[in-house]
Ligand binder design. Structure first.
Ligand SMILES: [Zn+2]
Length: 151
């Protein structure tokens, strides 16, 4: 399962009660995206929640693809956001705190940690392949990013 399948709405119960219907916990589930961003739901939310939802939409759902938000870009942008937090030196728990402050979503620190470990392993295999291939530029870039992620 991708890390984006493990990003949850912080006040999911409250949101469900404000919308007066059930809402999946996962922010990237199609039903949640539909409900919060495509439908009439958003004005029923209290102001603090609505602001965070709008920030999330502006930062991750802003592409012009015809099948937005199902084009894969929102998930990719969120992954980039996580990697940027790591590059700023944040560990898994601090990352979760920041995403909650920014967008009222959360993840389990252990899931963020596995995601970062997987990213490091992916970069290691990129480095190995680039080395075999003699692609020095790619190898250097992958190594640099990996070291940043490893902290
Ligand atoms: Zn897109």
């Amino acid at each position: 399962m991708a890390i984006t399948d493990k990003i949850y709405l912080k006040n999911h119960r409250q949101i469900a009660s404000q919308l007066d219907r059930s809402v999946p916990k996962s922010i990237f589930s199609g039903a949640t995206l539909d409900l919060l961003f495509q439908g009439e739901g958003i004005e029923k939310l209290d102001e603090a929640t609505r602001e965070r939802v709008l920030d999330f939409a502006a930062d991750f759902l802003d592409c012009d693809c015809r099948n937005n938000p199902y084009c894969g870009h929102p998930e990719r942008k969120f992954v980039r956001y996580l990697l940027e937090l790591r590059e700023q030196g944040l560990g898994p728990e601090a990352t979760v705190d920041v995403m909650t402050d920014d967008y009222m979503v959360y993840a389990y620190p252990g899931d963020v940690l596995s995601f970062l470990d997987d990213s490091v392993r992916t970069l290691e295999s990129v480095e190995r392949l680039a080395d075999v291939d003699g692609a020095d530029g790619v190898e250097r870039r992958a190594r640099k990013l990996r070291r940043t992620l490893e902290g």
